[in-house]
Design a protein around this ligand. Sequence first.
Ligand code: PXP
Length: 248
Amino acid sequence: MSDNHLRLGVNIDHVATVRNARGGAYPDPLRAAKLAEEAGADGITAHLREDRRHISDADIDGLMEVLSVPLNFEMAATPEMQQIALRHKPHAVCIVPEKREERTTEGGLEVAREENKLAHFIAPLRDAGCRVSIFIAADQRQIEAAHRIGAEVIELHTGAYCDFHAEGRMDDAARELEALREMSAFAHSLGLEVHAGHGLTYDTVQPVAAFPEVRELNIGHFLIGEAIFRGLTPAIKEMRRMMDEARA
Ligand code: PXP
């Protein structure tokens, strides 16, 4: 695969959201993950939340068993989640905030204030061979802190950019996009691998996909919604096509 290849991680959480709306077994997130693989996903992302509102422990067991592509396991920085990650040793672990007080004003993880704690938290995950990614705002302080604690990857939070875009606040969206562009380059200059995600759609993906430093996008909610109308495979293939077009 070329060095310019932008990886697409398909987040299947909201297949589980629909399943859990009724309890029971369908729609099955594992089936969605296998279809996503066939449609060209380079990885599958799943967030095991503390309250298990969508993905369940059994889903993670199943994903580890059936996937041919890497699993990006999103989790809060809690001892319980650390244990689960250490048991499964997924390819990647992405540390995300779940509680208000763990977030920066922009919504990513508050790394700068919790540096020591997070450095200790991620060390065993790194030792177990997981690539540790930290989900943060496009904020230089947070990026520097992520670098200092020994993360190999950061995932930049694209939610504010996407929200402004959806509200038609194009000047604000352009400002957020510029911050994402600058901070992608800054993080890359520190030697961090840069990923991005949250809220991306066909309308917002291409400017982010065009940043040369970004190596992976993680996209879920929009794709699962779009799958209702056009099917999961065509929804993912169209995202893949748009990413490749932006990258060319
Ligand atoms: N990246 C991270 C770190 C996330 O927590 C999420 C949402 O779970 C996503 C990407 C995907 O966001 P969305 O579902 O809005 O595409």
